[in-house]
Each structure stands twice: as C-alpha cells, then as structure tokens.
Ligand binder design. Structure first.
Ligand SMILES: C[S@@+](CC[C@H](N)C(=O)[O-])C[C@H]1O[C@@H](n2cnc3c(N)ncnc32)[C@H](O)[C@@H]1O
Length: 291
C-alpha cells in the first residue's frame, strides 16, 4: 500500500508501507528507536534527503544499498539521518543549577575529605556537544567557587550519530546557537571566530575541550567502560525508546553509577512505568542511594 508520494526534480519518491515498516524494523533492531506511524512524514523527508545526496532514484535502490552492510558509511549515514539531534546550551537549566548549587559543592567536600580528586561524569547521547560543554563550564565554575577543592574532571560524551559527534569535536557554534550561554561564560570559555561560510561563530576554549572525551557509542551495544560515574546525563533520548528498553538502560546506568551518584533524564521523560532501583530526588533527577 502506498502511503506517501513526493515528486522532486531529482527523484520520484514513493515510500510504501512495506518500506516504512522495513525501515522501522531495522532502526528498532539497531538502536531501539521506536518509529511510530506518525513518524512516516519525518522518515520520508530524511530518506529523501539521503537519496538526493547519494543520487538514488528509487527507495528500493537506496534501501538495498544502505541495508546491505550495517558497518558501511551509508548505513551509518542512514542512522544519523533518522536520529533527532535537537539540543542547546544550558538546556533544561535547572539541572545545571542543581549541580552547581547543591550536588557539586557537596561532592567536592566529600571527595576532599576522602583524599579523592577525580569527578567522573557521562553525557550519554550528547548530540552536537552543547550538553557536555555546558557540563564542563558548570564543573569549572563549581571548582572556582570552591577554592580549596582540587579537582580532576573527566567527562565522557557519547552519541550514536557520527555527524553530530564531528560537530561536537569541532566545537565551533554559529552565533544564534549561543543564545543560552550567559555573556560571562561566552567571554571566558569561547573565542569569537568566523565559519567557512562567513558566519559569526564561537569556538570552545582548550580548557573546556581537555575535560571531555567524545566517543561514538550506540547505547544498545556493550559499553567499553564501567564507571563508576558521579553522575550521568541521559536526557531527551529515552523518549524515543519503549518502556522495556528504558528499563534495561536505566538498570545499566545503575550499575555504573557510584553510590550517591545521580541520573538526570529529560524533563519530559519520567521513569513512571519503568522498574528501577533509583530514588527520585527531584523532577527528572534520580539517585543511586548509598547501599
Ligand atoms: C534530542 S538529542 C538530545 C541531546 C542532549 N542530550 C539534550 O538533551 O539536549 C538525542 C540524541 O540521542 C542520540 N541517540 C539516539 N539513539 C541513540 C542510541 N541508541 N545510542 C546513542 N545515542 C542515541 C541521537 O543521535 C541524538 O543526538
């Protein structure tokens, strides 16, 4: 059954229900993103863009090519195109405020007493880097406000999309994307520059970069690290997963949080209906309580 038809100058594009079902099965199997019926227009638009870039004239040719090898650049590009990467600096700012005003000062005091300087965090599904760079600024500011604290920050930032990771590693953001960054932080942690397209932009400082390690990771695969992390940000990605997948993921996070560590989810992602061992501390903040 034909569900969508678009005529373009370059390609007559028809996405049949069977093709849409094939795409959603493959996507679910690979990264557990659930594409509901209402996502057909979005999938069509994204597949069309990929087809045009690759010069394909039919969806069948495109899918045959892309799906034949799950390790190929074409398949990675296809998955990149399906994932939603919306993010911004200081997004859902209450989390960063809670970290800087409450959690980090307490954590630093505890670590100082224990003679431990390392603070480890993970931005899982970091998209184009705004979230981990915001975390890096938050950590550095907290260290400055707690002068006695000697801190060695390690921030892991991962995502399934190679395209967004490349933007994150480049660390150059066009001026409109800097909207959420307070002026004081912008002058302290960024340098003004110009993009190749002549746009006004800002480049992150080496001080921020040196805290963060960007890595490619499908959250559904084995994780080549075990923490323990002091806190994990997994925000605005679980919304794309079904309850069972969320449950498995939250259990895996539990295993690599240190006791007293926190899991942050997106504000619209409550863990209601998900069985877990974390304690709900405040909206979208969950603690692995001391055993
Ligand atoms: C909407 S962005 C959220 C970015 C950031 N955490 C925030 O809240 O602003 C969702 C990100 O999840 C990533 N993603 C989706 N499925 C994933 C998976 N299975 N493993 C790792 N990352 C995934 C996407 O590539 C995308 O960059």
């Amino acid at each position: 059954m034909q569900t969508e038809t678009t005529n373009t100058a370059q390609a007559n594009f028809m996405l049949t229900e069977a093709e849409f079902n094939l795409i959603r099965t493959v996507v679910y199997k690979h990264c557990k993103i659930s594409l509901n019926d209402d996502k057909i227009a979005l999938v069509r638009a994204r597949v069309t863009k990929q087809m045009r870039t690759g010069g394909f004239l039919s969806v069948k040719d495109y899918l045959d090519h892309v799906l034949s090898d799950h390790k190929s650049a074409a398949f990675i590009g296809f998955i990149d195109s399906i994932s939603t990467n919306l993010t911004s600096f200081f997004r859902e700012n209450q989390h960063f405020e809670y970290l800087s005003k409450v959690f980090l000062p307490n954590l630093m005091a505890k670590k100082r007493k224990a003679g431990d300087t390392r603070i480890m965090a993970w931005s899982a599904a970091c998209s184009s880097g705004e979230e981990p760079y915001t975390l890096a600024m938050t950590l550095l500011e907290a260290a400055e406000q707690n002068p006695g604290a000697k801190c060695d920050f390690r921030l892991l930032a991962t995502d399934i999309s190679t395209a967004v990771l490349s933007t994150a590693r480049t660390g150059v953001y066009a001026a409109p994307r800097m909207a959420g960054v307070p002026d004081r932080h912008r002058s302290k942690y960024f340098t003004a520059c110009t993009t190749a397209a002549g746009e006004r932009a800002y480049e992150v400082s080496p001080e921020l970069r040196q805290i963060i390690r960007f890595r490619h990771l499908n959250l559904m695969d084995a994780w080549p690290f075990s923490g323990p992390f002091d806190f994990i940000f997994c925000r605005n990605v679980m919304i794309y997963f079904d309850k069972q997948t969320q449950q498995t993921l939250v259990e895996r996070y539990w295993n690599c949080l240190r006791p007293g560590g926190l899991l942050f989810t997106g504000h619209s992602e409550s863990l209601t209906g998900v069985k877990h061992r974390l304690t709900h501390r405040r909206p979208s903040v969950y603690e692995k309580c001391d055993l």
